[in-house]
Design a protein around this ligand. Structure first.
Ligand code: HEC
Ligand code: HEC
Ligand code: HEC
Ligand code: HEC
Ligand code: HEC
Ligand code: HEC
Ligand code: HEC
Ligand code: HEC
Length: 427
């Protein structure tokens, strides 16, 4: 044999030597799971991982090997993906998505609602599973008896296909960015941007025709870091220079429980909000995100056009804040005059918007219904007003947003009159 062939033979022997033990266990996982969960194996086979021999045990370990010890299979967290995809993991940790679980748990409401809807993952916890859990959070979850939902990386490119194409489709965002308080999917889909995307997808427009997706604007150039200027709460520090807007904002911050309604001083909740990057804390942080967005619009629009569109979004937010602050003041006065009683779990005799639908703290006092209208005005209709504007959707901005805010304010005024008439002092 020539030395060349000896080398070739040696090469093949080496492959068999190194690969055989791995294949032996992997075959077992795959052969058995092909019978008990064939769809899962088919999905894995469709992934790039299968082509690279990244088999079941890479992610799940090899302690489990049959029905009797299924609980020994490791359920991989983000760190397992990070072993091979460090860049994406690091980008992810710098973005807002990495805080999803912590921000959920920072809400007082989370701890009075059923666990099935939190740790169980069908409710708040289904969407807020997007987020890295701390060791303490994982422990708490296990102690409550929930052991799935350990990974955020399978939310956009779902297991076990882990497909980049799937993650690049705006549909990948729909499951969470929809519905009551953040209908970005509905707004985008029926906007000019989304319509064009749909027509183009059907092959009816030239492939060069442009149509921005969620990913194009929010995860540009394949980054996994996501953040916007205003964020979800639509507030920021420092307060605006405009006096009326600053006053309205102060009222809103009190109702969010981050400013003490009596003294106007920051509360402990402000530190929580800061820790999870819920609001931009300086003008510069806000402007950085805004400028990034303008440069994205500038791919297809003039910069001037983009600036004007987003500035109008800010100014509609200011007008929406004025309506909301008026409503908060009315409800706050009912607390002050003891027409609504302070619920035990509230820190102040003042509306607390972060108790969500259990505003009034779930108190049996029927009068707290006015609180729920206030909550709806904030969480459903104020959100739609400005989110609709930013997502270029006329109907959401007006009919589902602004118009509904004015309706809520009307209802609150009328209820206030009735409540005050029924509950005259001394009655
Ligand atoms: C002889 C059959 C068999 C073999 C071999 C096998 N499994 Fe399983 N596996 C099962 C069964 C049965 C279950 C439980 C399925 C159920 O609950 O319906 C299971 C469950 C699992 C689960 C889910 C655990 C959970 O908590 O829900 C994972 C992950 C898993 N197997 C991965 C693997 C990996 C990785 C290997 C190889 C190292 C492997 N399996 C080998 C039969 C097998
Ligand atoms: C690249 C990593 C990776 C590979 C490879 C992988 N899995 Fe998984 N698997 C995951 C992740 C992530 C989860 C979700 C864990 C969680 O939610 O806690 C999961 C969950 C599961 C579950 C439980 C949840 C369910 O939907 O039933 C089973 C069973 C499972 N995998 C089987 C397999 C089998 C069989 C293979 C090989 C054919 C495999 N996995 C390969 C990452 C992987
Ligand atoms: C042992 C290393 C390893 C681990 C662990 C691993 N991957 Fe991968 N992953 C790869 C390799 C290799 C590729 C293929 C790269 C290529 O072909 O360009 C890949 C490709 C991908 C792709 C791109 C697929 C495509 O359609 O182009 C995604 C998404 C992905 N992995 C997600 C994950 C997630 C999520 C996890 C954790 C649940 C994970 N990976 C765990 C090695 C790994
Ligand atoms: C349908 C998926 C979904 C459900 C259900 C859901 N959320 Fe969210 N939540 C999101 C998304 C998406 C965002 C980001 C929205 C945005 O920025 O416009 C968000 C934002 C938040 C934020 C603000 C985070 C920040 O830093 O700005 C908090 C707090 C929050 N949700 C708490 C909750 C609570 C509490 C529940 C249950 C009562 C809940 N969510 C239910 C998807 C969901
Ligand atoms: C043409 C670009 C563009 C597209 C496409 C787009 N967005 Fe946005 N998005 C924006 C702008 C602009 C803002 C407001 C940024 C700011 O605060 O300055 C925003 C804000 C957001 C926010 C923060 C809360 C809010 O709504 O104001 C979330 C969450 C969001 N977008 C998700 C999505 C999702 C999901 C999709 C796809 C269904 C999507 N966006 C499509 C431009 C876009
Ligand atoms: C919010 C949705 C989303 C989440 C969550 C997400 N990804 Fe991705 N991922 C994407 C998108 C979109 C792409 C396609 C990027 C591109 O090429 O433009 C992608 C691509 C990838 C790729 C392929 C990169 C390449 O260029 O081949 C890998 C690897 C990957 N993601 C790993 C991860 C890991 C690890 C996590 C968890 C830390 C994660 N992803 C979480 C949306 C997501
Ligand atoms: C599994 C649910 C889920 C999916 C899927 C998802 N998101 Fe999110 N997204 C969230 C949650 C929850 C938050 C709020 C995180 C927090 O609490 O900080 C969020 C926040 C955001 C924000 C930040 C808004 C801010 O506060 O500045 C943007 C932008 C965003 N998502 C875009 C996307 C895009 C684009 C996709 C699809 C590629 C996507 N998301 C897919 C759940 C999801
Ligand atoms: C990838 C290209 C692309 C990007 C990026 C993009 N747009 Fe567009 N946009 C379009 C196209 C194409 C239209 C349809 C133009 C028409 O109506 O004739 C459009 C329409 C609009 C419209 C509606 C115009 C009308 O007359 O109804 C507004 C407003 C708008 N875009 C604002 C923005 C803003 C703000 C951004 C950045 C946050 C942005 N766009 C990013 C391509 C883009």
């Amino acid at each position: 044999m020539t030395s060349k062939w000896i080398r070739v033979l040696g090469f093949f022997l080496a492959i068999i030597y190194f690969a055989a033990p791995a294949f032996a266990t992997e075959e077992a996982c795959i052969t058995c799971h092909r019978k008990i969960s064939p769809g899962q194996v088919a999905d894995w086979e469709s992934s790039k991982h299968s082509g690279q021999e990244i088999t079941c045990s890479f992610c799940h370990g090899d302690s489990h090997n049959g029905a009797e010890n299924a609980r020994l299979a490791k359920l991989p967290d983000e760190q397992v993906c990070a072993d091979c995809h460090e860049d994406q993991f690091k980008q992810f940790t710098k973005g807002k998505h990495s805080f999803g679980w912590t921000s959920l748990n920072a809400m007082p409401i989370t701890h009075v609602e059923p666990d099935e809807l939190m740790e169980g993952g069908r409710g708040c916890g289904g969407c807020h599973n997007m987020g890295i859990k701390s060791a303490a959070q994982k422990k708490e979850q296990l102690e409550k008896g929930y052991h799935y939902q350990n990974n955020s990386c399978d939310e956009c490119h779902t297991r076990h296909s882990f497909s980049k194409k799937e993650a690049l489709d705006p549909k990948a965002c729909q499951q969470c960015h929809m519905g009551y308080d953040h209908p970005q999917w509905e707004m985008w889909e029926s906007s000019k941007h989304g319509t064009r995307y749909a027509v183009k997808e059907k092959g009816k427009m030239h492939e060069k025709a442009q149509a921005p997706t969620c990913q194009f604007c929010h995860l540009p150039n394949g980054t996994h870091t996501n953040k916007t200027a205003w964020g979800f709460l639509g507030v920021r520090l420092p307060l605006p220079e405009d006096k009326e807007w600053a006053a309205d904002r102060t009222t809103i911050l009190k109702a969010l429980g981050v400013l003490n309604p009596d003294t106007g001083k920051p509360t402990a909740r402000l530190d929580v909000v800061k820790a999870i990057d819920m609001v931009r804390l300086t003008e510069k942080d806000w402007l950085d995100e805004r400028n990034k967005m303008i440069s994205i619009c500038s791919n297809c629009h003039s910069e001037q056009y983009a600036r004007e569109q987003l500035a109008m979004g800010d100014s509609i937010m200011k007008k929406a804040d004025h309506l909301l602050a008026e409503a908060i003041d009315i409800v706050a006065a009912l607390y002050k005059d003891h027409i609504i009683k302070k619920p035990d779990n509230y820190s102040f005799a003042y509306p607390d918007l972060l108790y969500f639908m259990q505003t009034g703290g779930g108190d049996t006092d029927k009068l707290s219904h006015i609180d729920q209208i206030l909550f709806q005005m904030y969480m459903k209709h104020r959100m739609r007003t400005y989110q609709g504007f930013f997502h270029v959707n006329p109907d959401y901005a007006y009919w589902y947003g602004w118009a509904m805010m004015t309706e809520d304010l009307g209802a609150i005024k009328e209820m206030d009159t009735t409540m005050r008439a029924i509950h005259k002092p001394g009655k």
